[in-house]
Write a protein that binds this ligand. Sequence first.
Ligand code: 13P
Ligand code: ZN
Length: 270
Amino acid sequence: MQSILDNREALRAEVEKVAEVAGYLWQKGWAERNGGNITVNITEFADREMEALPAVSGPKPIGTTLPMLKGCWFYCKGTQKRMRDLSRDPMAAGSIIRILPDCAHYEIVADKPVEPTSELPSHLSVHNYLLSKGSPYRASLHTHPIELVALTHSRKWLEKDAATRMLWSMIPETKAFCPRGLGMVPYMLPSSVELAEATLRSLDEDYDVVMWEKHGVFAVDTDIMSAFDQVDVLNKAAQIYISARNMGFEPEGMTEASMKELSDVFGLPK
Ligand code: 13P
Ligand code: ZN
């Protein structure tokens, strides 16, 4: 079967990165059943012939109007599709959509009419926000990392920046490679526009990774591998915290002075 990826090596490489990350999510146990979703703004890879391709679906409402997305293209995981299947065949477990000129509807263009993720309102609102800020970020990832989600079952870690400080203090790499920390969004219905709006507010407080209480994380970065890396370092820190607690003690954590030194020496934003 022909694919939109044929003879588009840069686009194919971008979609293959999504497939590689989807495999990691499954291996880590963060992607039970259809858990999690990925979208990537692939507009920079769209060419003239792609513009002329017919849609394989009718226009569908996004649920909100997103002016920065006019004419943009996205690769999206399909709703109810499994990450472990996506890792083998990204164009069977996902699809490519383009946003229509009214900025309120999209159509599926390739390869098959796979309906995009139910979290599309959050993903597209975030891409709209990133473009409005002139951000170079093009990828967003929602996943269910076990230890990070477990933390959100305690009020203590839901306080603003309480989890960030603890996670940063477990191992220096956490602050170095997730330098904006972990935003917190209180529990809201999955796939709701309210959850999308709360996610935007949290990203706007200057986080790249936002925790959805008792659900999962939402992360953004330049590409999907980098978004995955930010979540991976945070979850590693949570695992170190839990390992220490399992050994029967509260981990000491790096000192405030050590963490400030890291920011000074490596020029970190916080
Ligand atoms: P989808 O299968 O619709 O992407 O939903 C998975 C999920 O994690 C919802 O929060
Ligand atoms: Zn989810």
